[in-house]
Design a protein around this ligand. Structure first.
Ligand code: NAP
Length: 295
């Protein structure tokens, strides 16, 4: 199968590598040059534009940043969809709004191209290991046909409903994660200020009812003061904001989302965009480690 993969960021570079290692014929494209070198050594071809990447592809995948970047790459003249042949398929795996997914689905249908929204959960390590969880919107038969393309990247694929349902589920997922982690960061600082040891706090939380891979991952980042992005704060801020907009469209009263949106916006103003979203804890004035690594 000929696959076009567009967007070689933290996630896309690793997801496309999984496809190449699974033996697929992959052509990649990225806005900023130089990100495809490692993939080319593994056998990928590199295209000069989204349309060129799409030409001849049976399936095109995008893993970009947000609704605006996906629309810029996929829609319009010279865009990805225009480059696809009728009968081909397009799967967007970016976290976007359900409305964006529907817009992409309609544009694809006009070209005779099948469409799925298939956002993912699981971070950089899960992308590298091919262990992402996919939530998919679109026709069940299309998903059935395209499962072999998604399988090398994922440990589980859940069909959520029509186009847009995958994107809505992704917002539900990330809103839940952001809320749980924001409460954890606040609790962590509360314990620390009260004199509890950081290791003690983590030992209890990670052994109790809240124990989860996410808690361990973010707790470890905080103990090490390592905010190298696995999932950047700007993207979590974007996801919370998309959830707020979705709730507003449904006239749903959602005060916790609103508060999270304010906290992430504040973190963005403080220049934390490119750090992991665990850096939200810095809003509380987390003490840095001493020169010898102690606290
Ligand atoms: P990332 O490292 O920031 O990569 C973003 C990609 O989008 C890059 O290839 C970037 O190209 C491209 N891009 C951004 N704006 C563009 C534009 N206007 N036109 C064309 N290309 C553009 O992000 P990521 O962590 O891989 O995440 C990708 C998506 O998956 C996001 O929607 C994110 O919310 C979601 N997600 C992330 C994680 C995670 O843990 N990281 C987990 C689940 C879902 P350049 O190289 O040119 O900047």
């Amino acid at each position: 199968m000929k696959i076009a993969f567009l967007g070689l960021g933290i996630m896309g570079s690793r997801m496309s590598e999984r496809l190449i290692r699974a033996g697929e014929e992959v052509t990649v494209w990225n806005r900023t040059a130089g990100k495809a070198e490692g993939l080319k050594r593994l056998g990928a071809k590199e295209a000069a534009s989204p349309k060129e990447a799409a030409a001849g592809a049976d399936v095109a995948l995008t893993m970009l940043a947000d609704p605006a970047s996906v629309e810029a790459v996929a829609l319009g003249r010279e865009g990805l969809i225009e480059g696809l042949k009728p009968g081909a398929a397009y799967i967007d795996m970016t976290t976007v709004s359900p409305a964006t997914s529907r817009k992409l689905g309609e544009a694809a249908a006009r070209r005779g191209v099948a469409f799925l929204d298939a956002p993912v959960t699981g971070s950089k390590p899960a992308a590298a290991a091919g262990e992402l969880l996919l939530m998919v919107g679109g026709e069940a038969a299309t998903l059935q046909r395209l499962r072999p393309v998604l399988q090398p990247m994922s440990k589980k694929i859940v069909h959520m409903g029509p186009v847009g349902a995958g994107s809505l589920m992704k917002l539900v997922n990330n809103l839940s994660m952001a809320g749980a982690m924001a409460a954890f960061f606040e609790g962590f600082v509360l314990g620390r200020r009260g004199g509890l040891s950081e290791e003690g706090i983590m030992e209890v939380l990670a052994s109790g009812a809240l124990s989860s891979p996410l808690l361990r991952l973010k707790g470890d980042a905080i103990l090490k003061r390592d905010f190298e992005p696995l999932f950047s704060l700007k993207h979590m801020a974007k996801d919370v904001h998309l959830a707020v907009e979705e709730a507003a469209g449904m006239k749903l009263e959602a005060p916790i989302m609103q508060l999270l949106d304010e906290r992430f916006t504040e973190a963005q103003k403080r220049g934390l965009n490119e750090e992991d979203y665990a850096a939200l804890i810095k809003l509380y004035g987390l003490d840095p480690l001493k020169g010898d690594g102690s606290r």
